[in-house]
Design a protein around this ligand. Structure first.
Ligand SMILES: [Zn+2]
Length: 111
């Protein structure tokens, strides 16, 4: 597998994650269910990515890149969004390094 293939693979999954995110944003389901589904979606997509990498016979070096990519994907997707039960919305956390404590839209505490 060449570096080009690896880049294609990572970009392809990046697009899959963005699509999943848009779908979760768009679907009209209970916020509590969304909140519960979100990590499941992220972890199952990450797992799928690793399984496909295994099936594609990734070189050892490729796994290092993939490991970093998967960790970054999981982190940004879990920390990058929060779910407000008061207004029933899934919102983007713009300050990704900070845990959101109150809803940007309605100001309700998220704890
Ligand atoms: Zn809110």
């Amino acid at each position: 597998m060449s570096t080009g293939d690896l880049i294609f693979f990572v970009v392809f999954f990046w697009v899959v994650f963005i699509t999943a995110r848009l779908a979760v944003f768009a679907i009209n389901i209970d916020i509590k269910l969304k909140k519960r589904l979100w990590p499941i979606i992220i972890f199952s997509l990450s797992g799928m990515l690793l399984v496909i990498a295994y099936l594609l016979d990734f070189p050892t070096k490729g796994y290092v890149v993939l490991g970093v990519a998967v960790a970054a994907i999981i982190y940004t997707n879990l920390k990058g969004f929060y779910f407000c039960e008061s207004c029933g919305k899934m919102l983007a956390n713009k300050k990704i390094l900070v845990t959101v404590e109150s809803c940007e839209k309605c100001g309700a505490s998220l704890k």
